[in-house]
Design a protein around this ligand. Structure first.
Ligand code: NAD
Length: 356
């Protein structure tokens, strides 16, 4: 096969991966000459922050545990004044995309180094992208300075991620890799990472759901999620991410669950324009029998995830409005975006009908 011209950017972050790697945080801070980190979390993960503070022998500036979804600006303001008050010299975010978002928001405003300790599979730690909400409006920006400098992937901290969240967050990661395969800015390296990521997640997620204490499966899922995050941070995304952004940002649908419901439909929508990519996908989806969408459906069945948006309170009368928002701006996608077919797609995901 011919190799098309491409541009490849290396993500300049340092990754420390493996069980117990959280113990390397102290050395990591020292390596960067940092002595008073501010530890960030959500209210649900306070105990993990306390554990981390103990490990650092209390040598921290303080903790701020009010991270919440969509990085609202009033929380960022509050965290910034606390950062000032305790004279922090760095931020350490421990959690999912919501906590990492707050870490990015503080780091880009103060110039402080940001160390991430991800505990979901969403992938934000690998991207230079930040979404923030002010007065109910979510704005996204991209800046190389937003990319966290160091990421510590310690599987031990993912063991408490609830089973259903593990499943949907894992499919969220698969979605990054799938869309990077057909991104106009993709390249051979990203393709390799995407395929490897889908392969590890598709094999490990059903094992995690069957046995949430399975460390080997959890490690493989986290490895797949890291690679998926790299894909998300490196190349532009298409219809799937646009739809999820619309449904999450304008209709308050939950992030990972929405990605899970939309993915087979977004692939089916693009299917006529990506025959070779479907063949590649089918090869890495177990039990697909050469049919990528069937393979994905089998995977989702085995994860026992919710398949309709209706279940999360999305209203039938909002389908048209969502289609309008998702089609308002032009963006690259294998199949041209037209309101009629997109509206039918949203209707199918609302109703929980099979993808076609
Ligand atoms: P999240 O960070 O909102 O976490 C969901 C809940 O799970 C929280 O209560 C959290 O405390 C809890 N949780 C996380 N890990 C846990 C663990 N190991 N054990 C127990 N509880 C745990 O969820 P998410 O899906 O990771 O992130 C979603 C947010 O991140 C969205 O706002 C999305 O827009 C953003 N995001 C941004 C990017 C980016 O590149 N900027 C990428 C992906 C996601």
């Amino acid at each position: 096969t011919p190799i098309d011209p491409f541009v490849y950017n290396v993500s300049p972050s340092r990754v420390i991966f493996g069980s117990g790697s959280i113990k390397k945080l102290a050395a990591e801070l020292q390596r960067q000459g940092l002595s008073s980190p501010l530890l960030l979390s959500t209210p649900q993960q306070v105990s993990q922050v306390e554990e981390l503070s103990k490990q650092l022998n209390g040598k921290i500036a303080g903790t701020f545990s009010e991270a919440t979804m969509h990085t609202p600006s009033h929380i960022t303001e509050k965290a910034l004044s606390y950062t000032d008050e305790v004279k922090a010299d760095s931020v350490v975010s421990i959690g999912g995309g919501s906590t990492i978002g707050l870490g990015k928001a503080i780091s880009i405003r103060t110039g402080m180094p940001h160390i991430c300790i991800p505990t979901t599979y969403a992938g934000s730690e690998m991207t230079p992208i930040l979404g923030e909400t002010e007065n109910g409006l979510k704005r996204t920006r991209s800046d190389p300075k937003i990319l966290p400098g160091v990421v510590i992937y310690d599987v031990d901290l993912t063991m408490t991620l609830p089973t259903i969240m593990s499943a949907t967050s894992g499919v969220n990661a698969i979605a990054h890799s799938v869309e990077s395969l057909y991104s106009p800015t993709t390249n051979p390296i990203i393709n390799l990472l995407a395929i490897e990521s889908i392969r590890s997640l598709a094999v490990s997620l059903p094992m995690v759901v069957r046995d949430p204490a399975h460390t080997v499966a959890r490690t493989s899922a986290q490895y797949g999620a890291w690679l998926a995050g790299l894909c998300l941070g490196s190349v532009g995304m298409g219809l799937h991410h646009k739809l999820c952004h619309t449904l999450g940002g304008s209709f308050n649908m939950p992030h990972a669950e929405t990605h899970t419901i939309v993915l087979p439909h977004a692939i089916a929508f693009n299917a006529p324009c990506i025959p070779d990519i479907l063949k590649t996908l089918a090869k890495v989806l177990p039990e697909s029998n050469g049919d990528a969408i069937a393979g994905l459906n089998i995977l989702l069945e085995s994860l026992r995830v919710e398949r309709s948006l209706k279940a999360f309170g999305f209203k039938e009368e909002d389908i048209e409005k969502a289609a309008e928002i998702a089609c308002a701006n032009e963006y690259p996608n294998p199949r041209p975006i037209e309101k009629g077919p997109v509206q039918e797609l949203i209707r199918r995901i609302w109703a929980g009908e099979p993808a076609k």
